[in-house]
Ligand binder design. Structure first.
Ligand code: PNS
Length: 180
């Protein structure tokens, strides 16, 4: 196996500043980092696979050793098919650890030669998740420090009516007609 290739799998719905931070860190220690978006997720995504692929390609255009791809089925099978030796996953807080440990050990059971490497994103992104970004954006809240500008624009375009409401005044209550 080529020791230089690592895979960073995930849903990336949408990609956040935390993901990007991890991609930058990963790309500085591995020869090649393949960011792999899961196809056929059980969840119904906010962004289509094509949209996520396009966003990630745009966001990582300045990182020559980063490649964006999609995968279906078992992650370990895809990792084997691209000769990856490592799986990169981010751990933001202790709460992530239990799920990540379970997943890493299952992947090890499936493919003992594939190592999982955990990295921590910058502290300022330690509370950022795609799920919370979607929730804030859907309620017309500000997401500009949580996602790259290009992603913010895509969210804005998708949720246009909600964003349009932002800053608008509550409609006035209808005036009561005086009794004659
Ligand atoms: O961003 P996410 O949703 O936390 O990423 C989860 C992901 C895509 C890494 C995980 O669900 C996965 O690898 N799915 C592929 C199916 C698989 O291999 N399952 C067994 C490993 S537990």
């Amino acid at each position: 196996m080529n020791k230089g290739i690592a895979i960073y799998p995930g849903s990336f719905d949408p990609p956040t500043n935390g993901h990007l931070d991890l991609i930058q860190r990963g790309s500085s220690i591995f020869e090649e980092l393949v960011v792999a978006i899961l196809r056929n997720s059980e969840k119904s995504p906010m962004f289509s696979l094509a949209e996520r692929l396009e966003m990630l390609r745009e966001l990582t255009a300045d990182l020559p050793n980063v490649r964006i791809d999609t995968f279906g089925g078992l992650m370990v099978e895809y990792a084997k098919s691209i000769d990856a030796m490592c799986v990169l996953r981010g751990i933001r807080a202790v709460s992530d650890y239990e799920y990540e440990l379970q997943m890493a050990l299952m992947n090890r059971k499936l493919e003992p030669s594939l190592e999982t490497v955990f990295m921590m994103p910058a502290l300022k992104y330690s509370y950022v998740s795609s799920r919370l970004v979607r929730e804030v954006a859907q309620a017309a809240g500000p997401v500009q420090e949580l996602v790259p500008e290009a992603v913010e624009q895509k969210l804005r375009a998708k949720l246009d009516p909600a964003y349009k409401l932002q800053g608008e005044r509550e409609p006035e209550a209808p005036k009561r007609r005086k009794k004659k």
